[in-house]
Ligand binder design. Structure first.
Ligand SMILES: [Zn+2]
Length: 437
């Protein structure tokens, strides 16, 4: 008998997440998107059903974000922003075992684009809030509930738009919680939770090489494709040194203790490689990464094009952006132009303080004795935009996951899926946090 058969009525969180997955909110980047409006109307209706008065904002037609304020018991405490994004990265159905926009619940798992990033947490926010408000209840402090558009392209038409045009929505808020933290990992048979206390910076750059166009049969030494290829290969082969920040230093120390290994004797990479599927995330937080991602040039085999372009995804450690760009300019040299198309800051917050204690306590109440570790996220979230308003954002979308599930690998991956039980767990942990913090 499958889990699904044993539990014909999944937690409401799974139902809501499934319904959200069925809105194809694919964000293709560069302003191209299917839009978030229908999903935004859906979450706005859910918030209204809870007695709230959500406001919707369109940065551009179709690019809708939703924000609602929830009054807390203690209005002297600063407000907490609880946010999720409504867009997803595109999915190629041919590569998936299920319809990526079907929202299928099978064998105790919810499948689909957004099941991991991050319609799961969007649904957890809604059901946890429902639990908090049930029977006339209130959260401890004021909440700003936000569902943003366009996170997957840097938040230009979502969080950055609202922070710039409507900062009053976040008045009185000093802290935030959102995605990519709070989930469990398996460290050689022992469960631990990763709480996200920082994010690397991000810079998306374009490399451009130009040269005279010519017939493909000529003797040509000044060739745009050749110049670009050389620069791309040089960047792609860079080995950035391991540099520990406060967060990764603490993480490595804690992992060393769990593993009974002295980090002074064993390198950080070796320790991180023992965290199973989480290593894929954590290894990238020990250094800068610079990955070529897009190549384009030419249109016919016998025409030398006058222009060749590549895209590079640069993820510097927080605060190192300018140093890394200077180094990259050296690497590509004078013959290739390096243009920045988008950049955003890195963040690093202490793994201490009342909010960290409250998140740790809420996890501990539902999974006693399991260690909670700080980590730096290699990607970016809408916390970057909120930081411009002085809001300290953490990644806390709590999920207790089976050891064998490669959860980090499913962000933007194929066959995104999350256990229905984990969603119910996250709902309960979040509700506890909002009631008590
Ligand atoms: Zn996300």
């Amino acid at each position: 008998m499958t889990d699904a058969a044993a539990r014909p009525e999944p937690d409401e969180t799974a139902t809501i997440a499934s319904e959200l997955i069925r809105f194809d909110t694919s964000n293709f980047g560069d302003g191209k998107s299917n839009g978030e409006t229908e999903a935004a109307q859906y979450v706005a209706a859910k918030l209204e059903a809870l007695g709230l008065a959500p406001q919707s904002f369109d940065a551009e037609p179709g690019r809708t974000s939703v924000v609602a304020r929830v009054p807390g018991r203690d209005s002297s405490k600063p407000a907490l922003v609880v946010h999720g994004h409504l867009d997803v990265v595109p999915a190629d159905p041919a590569q998936w075992s299920v319809d990526p926009f079907g929202g299928e619940i099978r064998d105790g798992l919810l499948w689909g684009r957004g099941a991991v990033d991050m319609k799961n947490m969007d649904a957890m926010i809604l059901t946890a809030l429902g639990d908090v408000l049930a029977g006339g209840g209130q959260p401890e402090r004021d909440l700003v509930i936000a569902f943003f558009a366009d996170e997957e392209n840097g938040g230009i038409y979502g969080s950055h738009f609202l922070v710039r045009e409507h900062p009053e929505l976040f008045a009185g808020a000093t802290e935030a919680i959102s995605e990519v933290g709070g989930y469990s990992i398996d460290v050689e048979g022992r469960r631990a939770y990763l709480l996200q206390t920082g994010e690397k910076a991000l810079i998306w750059a374009r490399l451009v090489a130009t040269a005279p166009a010519a017939h493909g049969s000529r003797l040509v030494r000044d060739n745009a494709v050749t110049k670009l290829a050389k620069a791309v290969a040089a960047i792609g082969q860079l080995e950035w040194p391991v540099q520990l920040t406060d967060t990764t230093q603490e993480l490595i120390g804690e992992l060393g203790r769990m593993l009974g290994t002295d980090p002074e004797q064993v390198g950080p990479d070796e320790i991180v490689l023992r965290t199973g599927s989480a290593a894929g995330f954590i290894l990238a937080t020990l250094r800068t990464t610079t990955n070529p991602t897009v190549l384009s040039a030419g249109y016919k085999a016998n025409v030398i094009p006058e222009r060749a372009e590549a895209r590079i995804d640069i993820r510097p450690l927080p605060g190192q952006e300018d140093d890394i760009l200077a180094a990259l300019h050296e690497v590509v040299g004078d013959e290739v132009e390096l243009q920045i198309t988008h950049r955003d800051i890195g963040l690093e917050h202490p793994f201490t303080g009342p909010l960290v204690d409250a998140m740790t306590a809420s996890l501990g109440a539902h999974d006693p004795g399991v260690p909670v570790l700080p980590y730096l996220m290699p990607g970016g979230t809408d916390n970057k935009a909120l930081s411009l308003l002085g809001i300290t954002g953490y990644g806390f979308a709590p999920l207790r996951l089976p050891a064998e599930l490669d959860f980090p690998g499913m962000f933007h991956g194929i066959d995104e899926r999350v256990p229905v039980d984990a969603l119910a767990f996250g709902r309960a942990v979040l509700a506890d946090l909002l009631k008590t913090y």
